[in-house]
Design a protein around this ligand. Structure first.
Ligand SMILES: [Cu+2]
Length: 328
């Protein structure tokens, strides 16, 4: 199998026999399965393994992965017969990590500028807020990335509040009002068990999180199983991997960079649905003054339609009471 793209960013092709795909990630691959190479009858198992019960959760303790949940498809080139493929399973890397960082080389290179922002101000911690258990809308513990888990009023979207200078903390708004669209801002996301965030909320919960940003491809300028060291940031600025979902390692950090060339309200969230629904998300408000909503009346129409539906269905869904779905 040849990998040629990460989240639609073309990369220098590399060969692999397996691919670790995080939730929300996309890879473009070419599979060459000729009858005379590996399988004498022209049939091949295309195996997928749901890597969670042993791989992701127990990677920290070095446990192996489950091998029982494979053989989900057959690629078939040969004569018509009921014979099963003769191919066997490859050994896979253990765990939830992204593909090796150094293998993901975009064909069209980016050189990342020095940051426009103060990176220390944009260093976040993705974890469980146990300190404020029971405070947030009745949930016991909630995932978050700012000091407040994201909780939106679906009837009052951020894009209809662009004249605001302050925002409800539950909207988890992070302003990036840098006008130079050729330069980058950096965001550093630390794992939640590191206790490195000097903010008011202490977080816990070592877990891998596939972090997704709307509105941009981002450069992955750092991705490590070690905590981020501001004194020794170690960012890769010369053509780093580029995509729109990247894994935050459970014990380490993820650092991403994007140009402020697309004014908008862009959510950044974990792509594990219940983590996002719980609140592991923030709203990047990029160049607030420059955001143009061309057809605001259509946004308002959507809100009105939603409100009408909601008024008649409070018995089945009331997002102000119970927000299992983040609305993302
Ligand atoms: Cu998550």
């Amino acid at each position: 199998m040849k990998v040629i793209g990460t989240d639609f960013v073309s990369i220098e092709p590399y060969e692999t026999s397996s691919l670790s795909v995080g939730i929300g990630q996309r890879y473009t691959v070419i599979i060459e399965a000729k009858p005379d190479t590996e399988s004498s009858n022209g049939k091949y198992f295309l195996r997928t393994e749901y890597n969670t019960t042993n791989g992701c959760n127990q990677e920290l303790t070095g446990a192996g992965i489950t091998t029982g949940m494979d053989q989900t498809g057959i690629i078939y080139y040969g004569d018509d017969s009921d014979a099963l493929p003769e191919t066997t399973r490859h050994d896979l890397p253990v765990g939830c990590a992204d593909e090796p960082y150094e293998k993901l080389k975009p064909i069209v290179p980016w050189t990342v500028s020095e940051p426009q922002n103060n990176v220390a101000d944009d260093t976040f911690e993705a974890g469980l807020d146990t300190q404020n258990a029971n405070k947030w809308h009745g949930a016991v513990f909630r995932w978050s990335i700012t000091d407040t888990p994201l909780w939106l009023n679906f009837s009052d979207p951020l894009v209809l509040n662009l004249d605001n200078q302050t925002f409800n903390p539950e909207y988890a708004v992070v302003g990036e009002n840098f006008k130079d669209g050729e330069k980058y801002v950096y965001l550093v996301i630390q794992a939640g068990n590191l206790q490195t965030n000097p903010g008011p909320v202490t977080k816990f919960g070592a877990a891998h999180h596939p972090i997704h940003l709307h509105g941009h491809d981002f450069a992955v300028i750092g991705q490590s199983t070690q905590p981020w060291d501001p004194a020794n940031p170690g960012f890769k600025l010369d053509n780093p991997p580029r995509r729109d979902v990247a894994m935050l390692p459970a014990t380490g950090h993820l650092a991403i960079a994007f140009k402020t060339d697309n004014p908008g309200a862009w959510i950044l969230h974990c792509h594990i649905a219940w983590h996002a629904g719980s609140g592991l998300a923030l709203n990047i408000l990029e160049r607030q003054e420059d955001i143009v909503i061309k057809e605001k009346e259509k946004v308002e129409q959507g809100c009105n339609g939603w409100n009408t539906w909601l008024a008649g269905h409070k018995d089945v869904f009331d997002p102000l009471e119970d927000q299992e779905d983040s609305g993302i």
